[in-house]
Design a protein around this ligand. Structure first.
Ligand SMILES: [Ca+2]
Ligand SMILES: [Ca+2]
Ligand SMILES: [Ca+2]
Ligand SMILES: [Ca+2]
Length: 470
């Protein structure tokens, strides 16, 4: 689908955000042995266009309700929580059964299609496809979002599956998570259109729509003003018209980072000063031009600012601070309450071996809220370390998760464009168009084919950022 052209307009009213600086804290400390020496293993090259096996039919009927233990009470629940709950049955390889019940920290539910959905939605019983009906509204197919369902109840088929995304940009083949038949675990599949079209899209009445968690687009202009494009539906090429959202005064744009410092799910703005202090503007409502006055929130001592990253290492929704040292070790400061100047003491959390630090990125590839580590290799392959518990130095061994072709690695970034909590891959092309790969299960090497999601006109790509502003 061709992307809508995103033409830039100069910011109108620019809020002047001028920094003050006072030094608050800490220089680096280096301790502990590096973990996860990062070397690319051969033979793990992912097929980046790979879709998972396409399903066309085949579901067993389901069991019936029983007096199984009741855990939850049909409370409001957001989509990230639905994903987190549903993921557990896939990880635990819960086999399909109409009579067996599976228990974990989220309760005890029948191991069939509707029991799985009841569990994912945190319901007070293992409902059936029939008895779920009063809890759901019918929605349009184009309105489907992760955590909604595809539902069918007729004489031939009684089935329900969690909708998790689309496998194609034409939005005909859904990616679903389901318990669908004996001999299978809870799993992710892609449905053929012919099968999917026999299902009705439904939404749980208690789903809470959190503010859009899709990454937006920002360009830092030469005068320090910020132009923002709101991501309406990036993979369909839909962005709002560009708007001036503030400005920091004339500044070296490579010193600017976005990250959520206070966990309100809006990315705040940080500038790394020459002396290593950090100046922050809290995002109060960026698209309305509302930012808090700048404040100094700490400092790392004089340092090469290009070595600093903001990433949420522990999944508490607040971005922590990471510095890539010359020898490839990673030093981290946990964000305890950054806007109040509170950070944990610096600690070494691992290392990737001597490496070009400009090739390292952080992004949550699997939706567990912890940012994983990615290195863009010279040949365009992507090496990733799954963040198991980074602040304790625990990472999985590096794996190749795909590739973006031989390319200028400074053009590659990772951000969640569709709000499914998994970071997608973005390449800023020389002509200002943006190419994106939807993360369909990155650690299994599954990405959708690259698609043009829009463009900003010819521009210096180092001025582009992909924060979630709202
Ligand atoms: Ca924030
Ligand atoms: Ca954190
Ligand atoms: Ca992660
Ligand atoms: Ca995503």
């Amino acid at each position: 689908m061709a992307g809508m052209k995103l033409l830039a307009r100069r910011a109108g009213a620019v809020v002047a955000l001028i920094a003050a600086t006072t030094t608050l804290s800490t220089g680096p400390a280096a301790s502990a042995a590096p973990a996860g020496g990062g070397h690319v293993g051969p033979g793990l090259v992912a097929d980046r266009s790979a879709d998972v096996t396409e399903a066309t039919a085949g579901t067993s009927p389901e069991g019936v309700e029983s007096s199984a233990p009741r855990i939850m009470a049909n409370n409001p629940i957001d989509r990230a929580e639905v994903r987190k709950r549903a993921q557990t049955w896939i990880d635990e390889q819960v086999p399909y059964s109409q009579s067996l019940y599976h228990s974990n920290q989220y309760g005890t539910y029948r191991q069939d299609c509707s029991g799985y959905v009841s569990m994912a939605w945190g319901m007070d019983n293992s409902y059936t496809t029939y008895s779920l009906q009063p809890f759901m509204d019918t929605i349009s197919r184009s309105d489907l979002r992760p955590g909604d369902v595809l539902w069918r109840h007729d004489t031939a088929v009684q089935h329900i599956a969690l909708f998790m995304g689309w496998a194609d940009t034409a939005q005909t083949r859904p990616v679903v998570w389901e318990e669908y038949d004996y001999g299978h675990f809870a799993e992710q599949r892609v449905w053929a259109q012919s099968w999917a079209d026999t299902f009705v899209p439904k939404r749980y009445k208690n789903i809470v729509e959190t503010p859009s968690s899709r990454a937006d687009l920002v360009r830092i202009e030469a005068d320090g003003s910020l132009t923002g494009w709101w991501n309406s539906n990036a993979f369909a090429g839909q962005w709002n018209a560009p708007a001036g959202i503030g400005g920091v005064g004339s500044t070296d744009h490579t010193r600017l980072r976005f990250g959520d410092l206070d966990g309100d799910s809006r990315d705040d703005l940080v500038r790394i000063e020459a002396d290593g202090t950090l100046t922050a503007w809290r995002n109060n409502n960026a698209f309305a031009g509302q930012w808090s006055a700048p404040a100094t929130i700490g400092g790392v001592g004089s340092t090469d600012h290009t070595r600093l990253r903001l990433a949420d290492l522990d999944g508490d929704k607040r971005d922590d601070l990471v510095r890539v040292e010359a020898d490839g070790t990673l030093t981290a400061w946990r964000n305890n309450n950054a806007l109040a100047g509170q950070w944990g003491a610096p600690g070494t959390i691992g290392g990737v071996g001597s490496t070009d630090h400009t090739r390292l990125r952080f992004g949550d590839l699997d939706g567990d809220n912890r940012d994983d580590l990615i290195r863009v290799e010279a040949d365009g392959l992507l090496t990733a370390w799954w963040n198991h518990n980074a602040l304790a130095g625990q990472w999985n061994s590096p794996v190749i998760i795909g590739g973006v072709g031989t390319t200028d690695h400074t053009r590659i970034e990772f951000a969640d464009l569709d709000g499914d909590n998994r970071a997608d891959a973005i390449r800023a092309e020389a002509n200002g168009t943006l190419t994106a790969w939807w993360n369909n299960n990155a650690f299994a090497g599954q990405w959708n084919s690259p698609t043009n999601i829009g463009g900003v006109g010819t521009t210096d790509h180092t001025r582009l950022r992909y924060p979630d502003l709202d």
